[in-house]
Design a protein around this ligand. Sequence first.
Ligand SMILES: Nc1nc2c(ncn2[C@@H]2O[C@H](COP(=O)(O)OP(=O)(O)OP(=O)(O)O)[C@@H](O)[C@H]2O)c(=O)[nH]1
Ligand SMILES: [Mg+2]
Length: 438
Amino acid sequence: MNSGHSLQGGTAVVAARRTDDEPDTTEIRRLTAAAGYEVVAERTQRRARDAGYGLGQGKAEAVAETAADHDVDAVVYDGALSPGQYANWAALLPPDVELLDRYRLVLGIFAEGAADRAAQLQVELATLEYRLPRLRQVTEESLLNQATEKGSVVLDVEDRIDRLHNELQAVSDRAERRRTERREQGFDPVAIAGYTNAGKSTLLHRLADDLSVESLGTGHADLDDTAAVEDRLFETLETTTRRATVGGRRVLLTDTVGLVDALPHDLVASFSATLDAVADADVGLLVVDASDPVEAVREKLRVSLGELDDPRGELLVVLNKRDLLDDGALDECREAVADLDRVDDVLAVSAVEGTGVDALCDRVHEALPGETLRANLPNGGDTEAFLAWAHDHGTVVGREYDGETVHFTFEARPALVERARARVDDLGGTTETPDGDG
Ligand SMILES: Nc1nc2c(ncn2[C@@H]2O[C@H](COP(=O)(O)OP(=O)(O)OP(=O)(O)O)[C@@H](O)[C@H]2O)c(=O)[nH]1
Ligand SMILES: [Mg+2]
């Protein structure tokens, strides 16, 4: 989309500050790169937050100087700048240098990459919610200057925000209806969520019926660029859904937009359609890069879990990239996440190498809502047609031909088991009470 929220790209100076330690600029540099800027210099500071610029004034002036020396296109500040701080920086920087704080940067990346309707609406909503308070501030100042016209801009934005909320609600409702339809057809929705670069899309390729990890990185674009895998932040900016088979059950696997560190809560919350897909799935896979420091792994999971209120299905933590860890490090990682709320299980995999993936599939299969139906059916054409239906809508666990009778065991979602039971009755067969396993 291009709604004026996109960034220009070019060269940039990165500015970062931390109170207690030298700032680690790895992530902000990667975000800057993902937004299309080449980082040509960085200026960091270890001191308490400063009201005027976020950095101390001397450091801010040094940043401005560096920006002028390198003739850069942008200055990137690793954090949130208030409307007042924006104004202060604008007065300091050369006139044509764009000032981007962390959120503006992330929104710009989203705006550039948002590929489906829901993502576009979400980006626009998040951007406007971000801009509104800044607009209000400018408007208040100009009202003092008698330039009253700007008041209507604020009203327009508020109006647009309301409409976006409604439209997003409609998109979410449609998606929910689609999931309901799919469930009736025997497809169980499974969602993959987590931070950017955790390996969600790689896992999708590993599990999906019509994609493969081996086809990645061969340089052959034999597939569409759906769920591209890249060592770049925010590679996936749309939800992609593929079919997969786990333990004979057909699932619909959805890959979602990644979260990023230190995004403000309301910004993450704008991604409601994305979060809904996870909250409404039968199984939610929370993928995390296990090669991150353990505290980071834990914190990322804690935040992801915090955004998911009342998930419908089980939540499984997937410690990915286990090929990068030795057994000791993996144990440490498991321990760090063991006591997180609402996690039903923790599994370690390497999406790239395939280790642990079978165990993951078994566990997903176990988590799918299902019932078992045992039936005895008269051998004949109608029964064969029913068996074909059963095969398409669930798992035919057993089928034995015994003279005039077919012994049949079927596993599927409860609603489908009900339908199967009715069809068995119609066929003149008999059913046994489900024993509740599966
Ligand atoms: N060593 C190792 N690398 C992995 C593994 N899984 C994924 N990666 C790499 O991690 C990087 C990110 O993978 P993606 O699948 O694009 O990650 P993502 O979570 O979809 O990221 P976004 O789309 O940006 O949210 C790529 O370079 C992958 O090759 C793994 O199991 N082991
Ligand atoms: Mg991805």
